[in-house]
Ligand binder design. Structure first.
Ligand SMILES: Nc1ncnc2c1ncn2[C@@H]1O[C@H](COP(=O)(O)OP(=O)(O)OP(=O)(O)O)[C@@H](O)[C@H]1O
Length: 362
């Protein structure tokens, strides 16, 4: 039986707060979503000082919810109403005073950075299918072909590009307004993870999320780019909707594993792009096979051909099938995407890059 919203709120009521009441009775739970066993919610504290004291409560709430039957993953984030008083000036050595995640500035224009020729979103229905791996490898493969490539990690819940691209620096902002983009392996990049303290669970309420996206697109100095790849969070939430509606995406690529459950979710992501009238450039099947390095036997741990069949049904191209491969994971973890090296894995990403270039999409 899938877990219900009421069951989750019931568990959260069990956590008594030090100053009385619980997370539910004090109306602190926001943006509770349940997506195929994955539960996400935001705990909104009345002010940042209280939020800082609530880390133990946040962690305990995740443990309680994770113990419910039918829950496969829990992500709880702490946020707080903004303080009204001006913050004290930062010490000289502090990172730039970039206030991320404020309410979006009202604007009628699209959030499209100037000088960027194409914007392509890389999405997935489900987390962990390899969307970030594909984004980083495609970015370095396109850059190796002489394209000016940007990579924007918009995965607010689990930004992985600083690790995958080996670039966890804080960006500079000499005027506190413009944010200098970072560079790694020939790619211009920025991640929400570069802006936040590592390991700190901070997520904003809906409007603040929009504000953060607006800042990443318009305050970051992306420069002249042939293409900006946007690594989306998994699923079909606020970030995807905002970017789909406001950033004039030229197209989207959906990554999935061949597994039925991943494909079901991928279909939802595809539906969302179609509703938003974002052209679907194609699908990528990741982890489609595994070649045993010892005996060369080919196995299909997540099934086989499911994404190809789905792409055919939808009438969209299957842009590539990428095997499950240890080197790919190790390279991602070490901050040097596998497409930087030679070999079969790199070839697969270079072929993907060639297809996009030949189709005039980049
Ligand atoms: N083809 C592959 N072979 C081996 N490992 C892979 C492959 N693709 C991805 N991985 C590994 O699987 C894990 C999840 O991949 P990744 O972070 O790219 O997925 P994701 O869809 O972006 O997940 P999330 O949305 O949760 O951030 C990572 O450790 C990555 O190195």
């Amino acid at each position: 039986m899938p877990v219900t919203r009421d069951q989750i709120l019931g568990e959260l009521q069990r956590l008594t707060l030090p100053d009385g009441g619980n997370l539910v009775s004090r109306d602190m739970i926001r943006a509770l979503t349940i997506d195929a066993g994955q539960v996400r919610y935001v705990i909104e504290a009345p002010d940042p000082a209280t939020a800082r004291k609530m880390e133990a409560i946040r962690a305990a709430s995740e443990e309680l919810v994770a113990a419910l039957p039918g829950v496969t993953r829990v992500a709880a984030a702490l946020t707080a109403h903004e303080e009204r008083a001006a913050p004290p000036p930062p010490p000289q050595s502090a990172p730039p005073s970039l206030k991320m995640g404020g309410h979006p500035k009202p604007t009628t224009t699209a959030m499209r950075p100037e000088g960027v020729k194409h914007i392509i979103a890389i999405g997935s229905g489900k987390g962990g299918v390899g969307k970030s791996t594909v984004s980083s490898n495609l970015a370095v493969a396109l850059a190796a072909k002489g394209k000016k490539v940007g990579l924007l990690d918009a995965d607010i819940y689990g930004p992985s590009q600083p690790r995958m691209m080996g670039c966890d620096k804080r960006p500079a902002s000499p005027d506190g307004e413009h944010i200098e983009a970072l560079h790694a392996h020939g790619v211009t990049m920025m991640s929400i993870g570069n802006m936040l303290d590592e390991g700190k669970a901070v997520v904003w309420r809906g409007p603040m999320l929009m504000g953060a996206m607006q800042q990443l697109l318009t305050q970051v100095q992306w420069g002249e780019l042939d293409v900006l790849l946007i690594d989306l969070p998994p699923g079909t939430g606020d970030v995807q909707l905002t970017l789909g509606q406001r950033s004039s995406l030229d197209g989207a690529i959906v990554v999935s594993t061949p597994q039925d459950v991943a494909l079901l979710d991928a279909r939802k992501a595809i539906d969302m792009f179609q509703t938003l009238k974002v052209p679907l450039f194609g699908m990528i099947e990741n982890m489609s096979s595994f070649i045993c390095p010892e005996c060369g036997h080919e196995a299909h741990p997540f099934g086989h051909g499911g994404v190809a069949a789905e792409a055919q049904k939808l009438g969209v191209p299957l842009l590539g099938s990428l095997p499950l491969d240890l080197e790919t994971r190790l390279a991602g973890d070490s901050g040097r995407p596998v497409a930087l090296e030679g070999g079969v894995q790199a070839r697969a990403y270079h072929d993907l890059a060639d297809r996009l270039i030949e189709a005039g999409l980049v």
